[in-house]
Write a protein that binds this ligand. Structure first.
Ligand SMILES: CC(C)(COP(=O)(O)OP(=O)(O)OC[C@H]1O[C@@H](n2cnc3c(N)ncnc32)[C@H](O)[C@@H]1OP(=O)(O)O)[C@@H](O)C(=O)NCCC(=O)NCCS
Length: 159
């Protein structure tokens, strides 16, 4: 994992863009009914991120899961959305064998389309700096460095 600084971004949804790929934007209960997709997400969280503790802290606030599927219908990319008022994107993750195909980009863009339909004021996320081109291409603006919380405090830091 990279030691790059984390960046904070926001985007004010202002319209819809075609995603081209099939992205399902599911309520969390509908996602939980898809056991194979749940298992794939858990496998990715376990192998592609530093901790599972942050994921477990974030999960109770998750309202939507954007899911991308491969040609066989297997889930290969995910994005979690927390929705207190503005939306917060967490855990953008794509199966290692399916990277570089634009899947993360369409997951993010479909989420912005859905936010626009629901008149969500702002969508935010944090990421390491090397992913800035991904999120700026989706319409996000980096607004500054994000300071991770001190150990033992509320785990709202970058994923
Ligand atoms: C980061 C991640 C989600 C990208 O998924 P992906 O489907 O391969 O990304 P896309 O194909 O949509 O990439 C679109 C653009 O984003 C940028 N990008 C994607 N991954 C990148 C990386 N690792 N480093 C730098 N730029 C990257 C590139 O500009 C890319 O455009 P290009 O293919 O024309 O160069 C995936 O590598 C992953 O799951 N990583 C592990 C989990 C993680 O770090 N998630 C990020 C949390 S903020």
């Amino acid at each position: 994992m990279s030691a790059d600084p984390e960046l904070l971004y926001y985007c004010k949804p202002g319209g819809e863009r075609p995603t081209g790929h099939l992205v399902e934007f599911l309520g969390v209960q509908a996602f939980l009914a898809d056991e194979p997709a749940c298992k794939t997400l858990w496998d990715l969280v376990s192998t592609q991120f530093r901790t599972r503790g942050k994921f477990l802290a974030v999960w109770p606030g998750v309202r939507f899961v954007a899911v991308h599927r491969d040609a066989d219908g297997s889930a290969d990319g995910f994005l979690l959305v927390n929705t207190p008022v503005n939306w917060q994107i967490d855990y953008v993750v794509v199966r290692p064998d399916r990277r570089g195909l634009g899947i993360a980009g369409v997951l993010v863009i479909e989420t912005l389309n859905q936010a626009h339909r629901r008149d969500v004021p702002y969508v935010t996320l944090t990421s390491r700096a090397e992913l800035r081109p991904l999120y700026e291409a989706c319409g996000f603006t980096a607004v500054g460095d994000h300071q991770p919380p001190a150990p033992g405090t509320t785990p709202t830091g970058p994923r």
